[in-house]
Design a protein around this ligand. Sequence first.
Ligand SMILES: Nc1nc2c(ncn2[C@@H]2O[C@H](COP(=O)(O)OP(=O)(O)OP(=O)(O)O)[C@@H](O)[C@H]2O)c(=O)[nH]1
Ligand SMILES: [Mg+2]
Length: 561
Amino acid sequence: MTSPLVDELRALRQHVGDLDLPLDVGGADDARRAQHELAEQIDDYLLPKLDRLDAPLLAVLGGSTGAGKSTLTNSLIGENLSTPGVLRPTTRMPVLVCHPEDEAWFLGEGVLPDLPRTTGENPGHGAGLHVVTSQNLRPGLAFLDSPDIDSVEVANHDLAAQLLGAADLWLFVTTAARYADAVPWEYLGRAQERSVALSVIINRIPAGSESEIGSHLSDMLAEKGLKDARLFTIAEGELADGRLVNGLNPLTSWLDALVQDAGARAQMVRKSLDGALDSLPDRVEALAGAVEVQSSSGDALRSFAEQQYAEGLERVDRELDSGTLLRGEVLDRWTEHVGTGEVMEKLQRGVGRIKHAIVSAFKGSTDQPNQEAKGALESNLSILVRDAADNAALEVVEGWETMPGGVEALEGASANLNRATTDIRKRIESEIESWQAEVLQLVNEQAGSRLAIARTLSLGINGVGVALMVAVFSQTGGITGGEVAVAGGTAAVSQTVLTAVFGDNAVSALAREARTRLLTRVQSVLDSERARFGAQLGKIPSAEAAGELRSAAQAVEAARS
Ligand SMILES: Nc1nc2c(ncn2[C@@H]2O[C@H](COP(=O)(O)OP(=O)(O)OP(=O)(O)O)[C@@H](O)[C@H]2O)c(=O)[nH]1
Ligand SMILES: [Mg+2]
């Protein structure tokens, strides 16, 4: 049976692992590293440790390349088990040395489960953990010689961070030449954050400078909140068979005492474990903050895209108002079949004549002009919507490229994202077709008994429907010159037809309704165009993910008490 703490830690681990921070915004690199280290530490250290508190204590030797970690490991054990070297860096595969009795624990999948184990004389190549045993050690304390934290080999640094995250005790090795460098302090900052049991070893100190350098480093440690760290100074000395002969003593005595005192070891394990658990809320909070930065950048990208498409819709809306859609084919068609000037004249002669004018206008052409007028509206409108979609897509791509996180959001997008989708024309035309059917339906519903009038006018529903569609497009603003009269005339005819059928008051409401329905359909086309951009944002965490992380960390805290 697992404990509630283990269960909650596993749940937190899941949340941390599932998190995607795809945008390079607000220190995302650091956040990703912290995320990775947090997930690793839960897997490599917290879960196995909670499962077995009495597991052998693992002391990890970490630090600068060439500081003498491998040399010290061999010197502490009294046997050459890890290869030191003059080439930097030397150690690539970590070497863990333990007493044979503890070997099963370290070979098992408890601690550092994702590192494949090798055994025998020589470490293998590639990622893994080389496990060797030595009779010189006592059960209960194992040493791990880690790769460096600061050579050109970046993979070493990540591995070192992972190994230090799994340590019950850090033996942080530096030298007189390196102890004030920035990188070691970055790692020591992690030790401080996690309150891990820490000893700092300054190796290779020029003889006579031990106390001077020791006290300087000790001040630095205190300043960084690490005053509890034990400090050991080792003077540069002769090596015999590659191992240090002198100067090791305070360190070896301290380690011997630890080996002999199971209580002190248990206390050390507990301290590091509690330190790591105590560090979780702040580390999760930093991660939750990074999630919020990602999600608000995602929101900004999303609303930018929404804005561009909304502007596209407005453009279509404006074009409807401007009457430009009545230009070209539509006006020609109407002029050809209705002859606006003449109709206008007749209209002025009185109501009795209106009927005649309209009847002859529509009759003369049977259903043909209506069909053609419908077709012309369709193609003009379709081009307009496609232009708006093309334009919006380009605006979004160009805008995103300059916005925080936009370039990452565009990653993996199709090269056509900056244009309307290829099948948009088909989609628009089918929407327009449905709209036309809807308009006829509307005419049918609204006209009711008045359809009799329409019939008398020999127009039929289709004729009235086309008139209504024309009314939707028939504002004259924006039309210039000779077109005014033509468009005005066309509008007047359709207006007359509609008024005759529906009565004055109903016409404008009906035209408004038909227009709204058309725009709704245009909007749905533009919405699905915009959805391609929404999909690009799908991998960005939502603000809720930050809340879930926080609650998972709170649940861990609650399970500890
Ligand atoms: N004379 C002397 N040489 C030392 C001492 N410590 C280390 N060396 C030498 O310094 C070189 C580097 O030592 P390593 O033990 O390989 O250093 P490391 O920290 O393991 O380095 P990486 O594996 O690259 O991270 C080797 O040639 C060692 O023999 C020392 O105290 N005295
Ligand atoms: Mg080494």
